[in-house]
Write a new protein. Structure first.
Length: 297
C-alpha cells in the first residue's frame, strides 16, 4: 500500500498511509477511535473506494478484484449480522458453499471452540460465542489472508487467550493476518509487526520491541497518591502524570528522581503504596506515540 488517501469532502480520514504485509505475517494496525484504522482495512478488503494511492492485495486491486479476489480472503468484521434461526453448523456450512475450496465444517468448529454448540440456534449464543462464530465464518473459506477487526471484543480473558492460540496456529500454517485491536497486549503477543495510526497518518511501524524502544530509556515510577497529599505538594519532578490517585513519572534519571521522591516522603512521614520502577511497556510506547500526534494537533 502506497500513499493511501481517503477523504470525505474536506475531511481527511486517511492521509498518505503506506505499509507492506508479508506472506505468513501478522500485522497489527492500532490507534485510537477515529484514527482511520477501519477505513484503511475496508479499502484493503474492497468494501470502500479510495481517493488516492496504490493498493495491491494478493496481487489484486481490491476495488476491482471481484470474486477471484474475495475467494482468497477471509473477513471478520467488528459486528456481523446473522440469521438467528440457523444452527451454528448450518450457518457455517452455508458460508462454506460460497467458496470453491473450503475447510471441513467440523474442523473449523473445533478450531474456534464451538463444536459443542454445532446444533444450537445462533439466537441462543452468548456474545462471546457469537464472536467465535464470526471467526468461523471468516475462516471457512481457507483464506490466504484474513482480516480480523477487533476479533476478541467481548471475550473473557480465557477466551481471548484461546483466540490468540488459534491465530498463532493459522499463521503456523502460512495464513497472513491483518489485525486491528484496542488491546495492546494482544498486539504485542500476536503481531510480528505493528503499525500505529493516528490522525489518519501512520506514525510508526515496527516490531513490538522496536516500538517499545521508541519510548527511550526512561523508567516509569508509579505509586498511589496518599489521601492526605495533594499533587501540588509533591516534589518538583519532571514527567509527572496523575490519573485519579495513581501517579506516574516518566524519568530519564530514575535513581535521582526516586531519591528525591523518597527523601521528600521520609522527611514528612509519607508512605507511598505500590511504589514501582519499570521499563516502558509496548502500551506505554503506543500511548506516547499517540499523545505526540494529538498534542501537535
Amino acid at each position: 500500500m502506497r500513499d493511501l488517501r481517503k477523504t470525505y469532502g474536506d475531511t481527511v480520514a486517511v492521509d498518505g498511509v503506506s505499509f507492506d504485509v508479508a506472506r505468513g505475517e501478522v500485522f497489527a494496525l492500532v490507534g485510537p477511535n477515529g484514527a482511520g484504522k477501519t477505513t484503511t482495512v475496508e479499502i484493503l478488503e474492497g468494501h470502500r473506494d479510495r481517493t488516492g494511492g496504490d493498493v495491491s492485495v494478493l496481487g489484486f486491486d481490491p476495488a476491482t478484484g471481484g470474486r477471484a479476489f474475495r475467494e482468497r480472503i477471509g473477513i471478520v468484521l467488528q459486528e456481523a449480522g446473522m440469521d438467528e434461526e440457523f444452527s451454528v453448523a448450518e450457518l457455517v456450512r452455508l458460508f462454506a458453499g460460497f467458496y470453491p475450496d473450503h475447510l471441513p465444517v467440523h474442523e473449523v468448529l473445533d478450531l474456534v471452540g464451538l463444536a459443542e454448540k454445532r446444533d444450537a440456534r445462533t439466537k441462543t449464543l452468548s456474545g462471546g460465542q457469537r464472536r467465535r462464530l464470526d471467526l468461523a465464518l471468516g475462516l471457512i473459506g481457507d483464506p490466504e489472508l484474513i482480516f480480523l477487526d477487533e476479533p476478541t471484543t467481548g471475550f473473557d480473558p480465557s477466551a481471548r487467550r484461546r483466540a490468540w492460540e488459534m491465530v498463532q496456529r493459522l499463521c503456523a500454517g502460512g495464513t497472513s493476518v491483518l489485525l486491528t485491536t484496542h488491546y495492546m497486549e494482544e498486539a504485542a503477543v500476536l503481531a510480528d509487526r505493528v503499525g500505529v495510526i493516528a490522525g489518519g497518518r501512520l506514525v510508526a511501524v515496527g516490531t513490538p520491541d522496536e516500538l517499545s524502544d521508541t519510548a527511550g530509556q526512561a523508567r516509569l515510577i508509579r505509586f498511589t497518591l496518599p489521601g492526605t497529599i495533594a499533587v501540588d505538594d509533591l516534589p518538583a519532578i519532571g514527567g509527572l502524570n496523575v490519573e485519579g490517585q495513581m501517579v506516574e513519572i516518566s524519568s530519564p534519571s530514575p535513581t535521582h528522581d526516586l531519591h528525591e521522591l523518597t527523601r521528600w516522603g521520609l522527611q514528612r512521614g509519607v508512605v507511598f503504596d505500590d511504589l514501582t520502577v519499570s521499563l516502558p511497556s509496548f502500551e506505554d510506547a503506543y500511548l506516547q506515540l499517540v499523545d505526540r500526534v494529538e498534542n501537535r494537533g
